[in-house]
Design a protein around this ligand. Structure first.
Ligand SMILES: Cc1cc2nc3c(=O)[nH]c(=O)nc-3n(C[C@H](O)[C@H](O)[C@H](O)COP(=O)(O)OP(=O)(O)OC[C@H]3O[C@@H](n4cnc5c(N)ncnc54)[C@H](O)[C@@H]3O)c2cc1C
Length: 416
């Protein structure tokens, strides 16, 4: 069978790899000059910087079917988040007390006993055997879900709202509480790791196993049908066409109504001689969204500890990406005058960072397997995560009746 795949993000690459291993002829069309999509990393001089703050959750079951972790170099983030009150510079700790029992008392000091017990109850509700199971139930929106779980306004404003705005890349938190419970389970039951070669090491591992598949970079697809792909004014015929593009592009190619909102994020990277972030933890802004506080969170580059990386989302991503002085002024309220010695290193930005969610939707699958005969993959067809993207790929692979390839076979050994 000749299969045309549009998009060389993780979902398109997984489908292509499985199809190639099953003996099919595959052509991938990718609009950019490299593979990876939203799991891309960029080299700035000696540094590899992800296009946005991106961690790999080891609790995602699908990752273990595709990725050989023994071939990755990574740093584990501590199971502990810090928050900062920029008005006072005071920091608090929120640790997973089951994994880090020594941090139980600082955590309870930060949250209070009531919120501490409620967070623990939420953690204990995580289903180890099926972390996606919350998605199967009807759910409230995230902020209403926090209320239902009885969290105090303080905990919501200072910790949960900025934390989940970062996870959903949406200042309005227009997501389902069930998705928050899925990510809470992933954070509780596994580790969050950051990769030495950047998050792109993950899609690269799949791409490097492709042997005979044609990967056409810089090839923006303009139209698709169930049996054709049109690119650079040339139309080519296929037995099957798979659309593995982000939601906004898929909607355009499927002639659906354009999306009403775009989820944007930018990261701004500084070199700091005396980095105030010394641990692999996220430092979230307790006052995010209030009184002109625009930085959502900051973290340390896991392999270049002198780098501070600030994350901004929504319209702030647009306005601040080229306004490093404003970021530095805000950081000055966090860390004092030392930030005047910081040097700007790089900025990255992603528009359409995550799909828009129908918050009424129930279920881990959000799109039918095909639209007008075109097979659909990508995180918007399931849920907005690497787990969702790989699950969407496995759904297409299953539909094509082909197996998931053995992840331990690399390109060289499969050639012999
Ligand atoms: C900043 C950021 C941080 C994230 N952090 C996390 C995280 O910590 N944990 C987590 O689980 N998930 C995270 N995600 C989500 C995760 O990265 C995505 O869900 C996943 O990468 C989506 O993969 P995909 O294959 O569906 O789409 P994509 O990666 O978007 O791949 C689609 C590909 O299609 C290509 N394309 C687009 N238009 C065309 C066209 N016309 N013709 C040809 N090719 C085209 C694109 O260039 C791209 O390569 C994050 C996302 C972002 C942006």
């Amino acid at each position: 069978m000749k299969i045309g795949v549009v998009g060389a993000g993780i979902s398109g690459l997984a489908i292509s790899l499985a199809a190639e291993k099953a003996g099919h002829e595959v052509v991938i069309f990718e609009s950019e000059s490299d593979i990876g999509g939203r799991m891309s990393s960029i080299r700035f001089g000696p540094y590899i910087i992800d296009i946005g703050f991106h961690v790999l959750h080891t609790a995602y079951p699908s990752l273990h079917r595709w990725i050989d972790f023994s071939k990755l170099e990574f740093e584990e983030m501590e199971k502990c988040t810090e928050s900062i009150n920029p008005d006072t510079g005071r920091r608090k700790i929120l640790a997973d007390a089951i994994s880090m029992p020594l941090k139980l008392f600082p955590t309870l000091r930060a949250t209070g006993l009531r919120d501490g017990l409620r967070l623990l109850r939420w953690r204990l509700a995580s289903n180890r055997k099926d972390i996606e199971s919350p998605l199967d139930f009807k759910s409230k929106k995230i902020m209403d879900g926090f209320k239902e779980r009885g969290f105090s306004d303080n905990l919501v404003q200072n910790i949960l709202r900025p934390l989940f705005a970062g996870i959903t890349l949406d200042p309005d938190l227009e997501e389902r509480m069930s998705f928050a419970s899925f990510t809470w389970a992933a954070m509780s039951l596994g580790s969050m790791v950051m990769l030495k070669d950047g998050i792109q090491a993950i899609p690269n591992q799949l791409a490097n196993k492709l042997i005979i598949t044609q990967l056409r970079l810089n090839s923006k697809v303009d139209a698709v049908s169930s049996t054709t792909i049109t690119c650079n004014k040339q139309t080519e015929k296929f037995d099957k066409v798979v659309l593995a593009t982000p939601q906004n592009v898929s909607f355009q190619l499927l002639n659906r109504k354009p999306l009403k909102k775009v989820k944007k994020t930018a990261t701004i990277v500084f070199n700091s001689p005396k980095n105030p972030l010394s641990r692999h933890r996220l430092l979230i802004n307790e006052k995010y969204g209030l009184n002109g506080n625009k930085i959502l969170h900051a973290h340390l580059h896991p392999f270049h500890p002198q780098l501070v990386i600030a994350t901004v989302i929504g319209e702030d991503a647009e306005s601040l990406k080229d306004n490093h002085d404003e970021i530095l002024s805000e950081f000055e309220t966090w860390f004092g005058k030392q930030v005047r010695e910081w040097e700007f290193v790089a900025v990255t930005k992603v528009d359409n960072a995550l799909p828009l969610i129908d918050t009424e939707h129930k279920g881990r699958i959000r799109e039918p397997i095909s639209d007008k005969g075109i097979l659909l993959a990508g995180d918007y067809t399931t849920h907005p995560s690497v787990q969702g993207a790989l699950f969407s790929a496995e759904r297409v692979i299953d539909h094509l009746n082909i197996p998931i390839p053995d992840k331990t076979i690399n390109a060289t050994s499969s050639q012999t």
